[in-house]
Design a protein around this ligand. Structure first.
Ligand code: ATP
Ligand code: LTN
Length: 333
């Protein structure tokens, strides 16, 4: 199939910290799967990351690390477009336009904004509020058909669709209507210390998350201390969030179904389950960590990848932006 006929996939990950097992199982793991059939565009969204204070040197390091991890997780820069959001100014330009087609009321309903505003009450900046509109710009700029994300991003994709529909309604078809691509298992990996909350890289307690770059001993220790419950049965059930989370992680790490895992551990206790999950995750992450470490030693190669990526992304983005500028009535430069 030629590049023109292929459908487009777009997704992004924030370089706001080190990537977790949640980021991997909910999103990044799916990125390479569709690399052959789709035109895939994956971005490191640094403009999004500064909605929360970042230390500049750490942000630079984390941005390169996310790019390296994209490649380590199976993305091939020859097949997919990999780039850094701030290198393509069209994202910020389209975001401004879309701001004027987003209602204050609908943006106010975003639960991620409410959560983050509560978490960072000393810095509730306008960028944090506007974050979903920038995300809509990311997606619509490339006329993406499909957006692989974890379930926490579903509300933002629905907002993106509403903005696209409103704009298309006023100016005739301009944007492709994107669909979310959310995995059946792994769409919301929970914290190991509080399984009622999502595993998040910005958690205060590092025992709650597993990082892709964690050393095997740390991974094993975190799983041994994972919160479960007192009933000792190894089954997925709503009232057993900790055990359900461990079973889900084990199933994904070993390529089994939930049912197969429940059968494997029938009659066994948490004392067997926890180290088994830890070991499976160590083996799942080992090649990713090693490949990332290698790639980070080769900054020239990473620079080549993001430079070429930004060039290709800019050309695609420009087409949409020109069309939008024309439709809203801006004079051609
Ligand atoms: P932060 O904690 O800084 O808000 P985050 O990890 O929630 O960051 P991103 O890094 O932007 O946010 O997330 C990248 C992708 O990982 C998104 O598609 C998101 O839905 C997915 N994701 C994040 N956390 C999880 C999780 N616990 N389970 C499944 N998917 C997740
Ligand atoms: N908001 C997303 C990251 C993100 C994104 C995107 C995901 C920014 N722009 C475009 C998909 C498509 C998050 O995971 N926190």
């Amino acid at each position: 199939m030629s590049e023109h006929q292929k459908k487009t996939i777009f997704s992004g990950v924030q370089p706001s910290g080190k990537l977790t097992l949640g980021n991997y199982l909910g999103a990044i793991r799916n990125f390479p799967l569709l690399q052959e059939e789709y035109q895939c565009i994956y971005c490191v969204v640094d403009l999004h990351a500064i909605t929360v204070r970042q230390e500049p040197a750490a942000l630079r390091r984390q941005t390169l690390e996310v790019l390296a991890q994209y490649i380590a997780c199976g993305l091939d820069p020859e097949k997919s477009i990999l780039f850094i959001q701030s290198h393509v100014p069209a994202h910020a330009e389209l975001a401004w336009i879309l701001n004027c087609y987003t209602m204050f009321g609908e943006a106010s309903r975003m639960t991620q904004f409410k959560d983050k505003a509560a978490k960072h009450s000393d810095n509730v900046n306008v960028g944090l509020f506007d974050y979903p509109v920038l995300m809509a710009a990311d997606i619509l700029l490339y006329q993406a058909d499909l957006v692989p994300v974890g379930v926490d991003q579903l509300q933002h994709i629905e907002l993106t669709r509403n903005i696209a529909q409103r704009f298309n309604g006023v100016y005739s078809d301009t944007f492709t209507m994107p669909e979310p691509y959310i995995p059946k298992a792994g769409a919301k990996i929970m914290s190991l210390t509080d399984p009622t909350r999502k595993m998040s890289k910005s958690d205060q307690n590092p025992g709650g998350f597993v990082l892709l770059m964690d050393k095997p001993d740390d991974i094993l220790r975190k799983f041994k201390r994972a919160v479960t419950d007192s009933d000792n049965r190894i089954v997925v059930r709503d009232d057993k969030p900790g055990v359900s989370n461990l079973i889900t992680i084990y199933a994904l790490a070993t390529g089994q179904t939930i049912q197969q895992v429940e059968e494997q551990f029938a009659g066994k206790g948490y004392g067997e389950l926890k180290p088994a999950v830890g070991e499976a995750v160590v083996e799942l992450l080992r090649p990713i960590r090693e490949k990332t470490e290698d790639l980070l030693k080769n900054k020239d190669y990473l620079e080549q990848v993001y430079t070429a990526g930004a060039q290709k992304a800019s050309a695609l983005a420009r087409k949409t932006l020109d069309k939008v500028y024309r439709k809203v009535g801006f004079i051609k430069r």
